[in-house]
Ligand binder design. Sequence first.
Ligand SMILES: O=C(CO)COP(=O)(O)O
Length: 249
Amino acid sequence: MSKKRLIAGNWKMNGNLEANDALVRAVVAGMKDARCDVAVCVPAPYLAQVQMLRHGSALDLGAQDVSQQAGGAYTGEVSAAMLREFGVRYAIVGHSERRQYHGETDALVAEKARTALAHGITPIVCIGETLAEREAGRTEEVVKRQMAAVIHLNGHCISEVVVAYEPVWAIGTGKTATPEQAQQVHALLRTQLAAATAHAERVNILYGGSMNAANAASLLAQPDIDGGLIGGASLKAPDFLQIIAAASA
Ligand SMILES: O=C(CO)COP(=O)(O)O
């Protein structure tokens, strides 16, 4: 398999001009030997800043959300066309924090993914069960339902998206899924993808949820874990670079 792994940072609602400058410069300087794709998904006001800082490097730029609408009277929204103007390659869609705090449904997440693709942006579609769902033995049912919602994308193949499995109970909690727990879900997602496309092997399925410099290598050693979506550890250049190094091994 010659597919490149992807390590994507999700800064969430963190950063300021000064801190971003130092962080991106350090990441760009430290990732020269990376053999994986690397991106940072930054708050919208910082897209222009990070676009300039990454110029000439292999660091890709991502957004944390995208409107499902093409444009018009949607106060507060940011369109895919606007993101493209800033060189955005990826947009996270359906992060659990947006599902939870902004009521995003499976159907809306699918619309956002379609709009992103229509504008040449690769959606990073996030799926994952809550602790209550896991404890009730519903993990498989929940992730399959979330995946099924995005598997048919109007003229686009699901192999054009990146999938991120992020168990909600592992996000920001320091409680990582074990490599075996993550692999189990990744494998079932791969099987689900294979039923929809001949290119299931090409899809990058990322793990997210307290992935850090210490646990990245063991997670990435799993056959169906193709990279990471990194929250907290992506805000610290040395940690993020160690994860990139683990994905380049
Ligand atoms: O939500 C995440 C990435 O999108 C994971 O966040 P943490 O790495 O901070 O747990």
